[in-house]
Design a protein. Structure first.
Length: 285
């Protein structure tokens, strides 16, 4: 466990944008709220008109902005993390230590699939608190903003949706990680070009692979599982609307019953295994 923790800390040290970006975003949130302090009064809303819908939509929009920025951060981290250690030859140092290729790859996948969603969640929670606090202090009669929605339930929903979104997009994450370990140069171009070429060939020759639809389903802009009261939204749309209702066991059941989820996890496991093998034998010297 100490070795695993050390490798995670190494990732945070070598990829400092993982903690710098949240700090910058929180500074921007504070500055924006100070600039538009008393926004309800500025918009001409009386204290009684500031409803849970208004607060929930505001906080949901704030969370979606944070999630959108971090979606690109995750992508760039994954396409760079294994390529960078080959480019600067630091992989030779790490290979001299008792750290297996499997552990090295799993740590990077853990950072992208688990740690970054938690960082996103913490960033959103702190930005919510800052927004409500500043607007409460600045707006006359708006001291009760914190009580308009159940923040505990809202934040719990956010954490679950972030982790479920990460689980659903795991095939894309492992694909970017594989390209980072395999591409001789410009892994980002390879990660985008290869699927596009396959999709075009599929469309031209009508092979029936349907890769375009599978890839589009995994892009974290938003995906709905099930219908009615048991429906579950993940991705950007889920982040925006997660304040509206609490997640239930039936919604989790709908998500984990999806064949596409387990098929995607199988693809992700295969790509992760290939990434480990590629890192072990790739030599650009």
């Amino acid at each position: 466990m100490n070795k695993f923790t050390t490798l995670v800390m190494r990732e945070l040290w070598e990829h400092q944008n993982l903690w710098r970006v949240p700090l910058i975003m929180l500074m921007l949130v504070v500055l924006a709220n100070l600039g538009f302090s008393g926004a309800a009064t500025w918009l001409g809303l009386a204290p009684a008109q500031v409803s849970s819908q208004v607060v929930g939509t505001t906080l949901g929009s704030l969370g979606s902005i944070v999630f959108f920025v971090f979606s690109f951060l995750v992508m760039f981290y994954l396409v760079d993390c294994l390529y960078a250690e080959r480019k600067d030859k630091s992989i030779l140092f790490w290979r001299s230590l008792p750290v297996s290729d499997t552990l090295a790859v799993l740590v990077k996948l853990f950072v992208a699939a688990v740690l970054i969603p938690i960082i996103i969640w913490l960033t959103i929670v702190v930005s919510h608190v800052a927004t409500l606090a500043i607007q409460s202090m600045a707006g006359e009669g708006n001291s009760g903003l914190f009580g308009l929605i159940d923040l505990g339930v809202y934040w719990r929903n956010l954490l679950f949706i972030l982790l479920l979104t990460s689980l659903w997009t795991l095939p894309l994450q492992t694909w970017f990680l594989f390209c980072s370990s395999w591409a001789k140069r410009t892994p980002f171009v390879a990660a985008l070009t290869i699927p596009v070429v396959i999709i075009l060939l599929d469309q031209i020759f009508s092979t029936g692979i349907g890769l375009g639809g599978h890839v589009a389903d995994r892009i974290p802009f938003g995906h709905r599982f099930g219908g009615g009261e048991s429906s579950l939204l993940v991705g950007l749309i889920g982040i925006t609307s997660s304040y509206a209702r609490d997640l239930s066991l039936s919604q989790f059941a709908v998500f984990f019953r999806q064949p596409g989820l387990w098929g995607g996890l199988a693809v992700a496991a295969c790509l992760a295994a290939i990434t480990v093998w590629t890192r072990r034998w790739r030599d650009d010297s």
